[in-house]
Design a protein around this ligand. Structure first.
Ligand code: ADP
Ligand code: ADP
Length: 237
């Protein structure tokens, strides 16, 4: 069974239809890249997957969106729980103005995932290790996150997202604000994370889609034009 099953999904901003009848399955542990020109609806579509659009009053979503067979837009469903299952990383690294430790511990605390300090310590360490950041920060977990480099901040945001053991991580242009070296580190990380998580990434870069994704989905003017196996598209004859 797919991780996401999306049928005839439409998204409106007021009367204006930004996403036009998209149907798509996303498999467990796949990395799928959404690509297309600015304004074609990639972000809007991505944000349906954890109801990040809910905060925009004029935004409405139609169609069927299921995560492991559960209706994402069932109004009784707890959005906080959904966002723990479907984590998100944004274009601009946005750590909380708190310590490195507290950034990663934030979700586990809210969701009551650790009863003892030692359990929380373990979650924080494991999440930072998975984000490739542990060795860089283990001696300064009390330092403020906003003092880190941009690339470190973005990997911290990834650690914060995975600390609550999500099934899916959504990434909206996660490298667009990073320099090439930090970008390469995050791309490496995406490959490692795909062993444990389903990853949906929005990117404007074909090269990035080629490097990190299994499938590439092309958007144009709110339509999903095509979905291809990435290696078939980018392997030259
Ligand atoms: P990007 O393409 O990198 O996502 P945008 O400039 O399209 O950046 O969007 C930045 C922010 O502005 C987003 O939060 C988006 O929802 C909002 N936005 C984009 N287009 C409009 C619009 N026509 N009216 C109001 N808000 C918009
Ligand atoms: P992309 O991520 O591909 O750049 P977006 O999803 O940001 O595209 O935008 C798709 C369309 O929806 C654009 O026409 C944009 O102006 C519009 N849009 C995005 N956010 C908003 C918003 N908050 N209010 C109104 N229109 C929006």
């Amino acid at each position: 069974d797919p991780k996401f099953r999306l049928r005839d999904v439409e998204v409106f901003y007021g009367e204006s239809r930004a996403i036009k009848k998209i149907s798509l399955d996303i498999a467990k542990n796949e990395v799928i890249a959404f690509i297309g020109p600015s304004g074609c609806g990639k972000s809007t579509f991505l944000r349906c997957l954890n109801r990040m659009n809910d905060s925009i009053d004029i935004c409405s979503v139609k169609g069927s969106l299921e995560l492991d067979g559960d209706d994402i837009y069932n109004s009784k469903r707890d959005v906080v729980e959904l966002r723990a299952r479907v984590g998100m990383v944004f274009q601009k690294p946005n750590p909380f103005p708190k310590s490195i430790y507290d950034n990663v511990a934030y979700g586990p605390r809210i969701h009551g995932l650790a009863n003892r300090k030692s359990d929380l310590d373990e979650i924080v360490e494991n999440s930072l290790r998975k984000a490739g950041l542990w060795d860089e920060v283990k001696d300064r977990l009390d330092a403020t996150a906003t003092g880190m480099s941009g690339g470190q901040q973005q990997r911290l945001c990834i650690a914060r997202a995975i600390a609550v053991s999500p099934e899916v991580v959504l990434m909206d242009e996660p490298c667009s604000a990073l320099d090439p070296i930090a970008t390469a580190k995050v791309e490496e990380l995406i490959a490692e994370l795909s062993e444990s998580y389903t990853i949906v990434i929005v990117t404007h870069s074909m090269q990035q889609a080629a490097r990190v994704s299994h499938r590439t989905a092309y958007f144009h003017l709110g339509h999903l034009v095509e979905v291809n196996d990435t290696n078939k598209v980018f392997t030259s004859p």
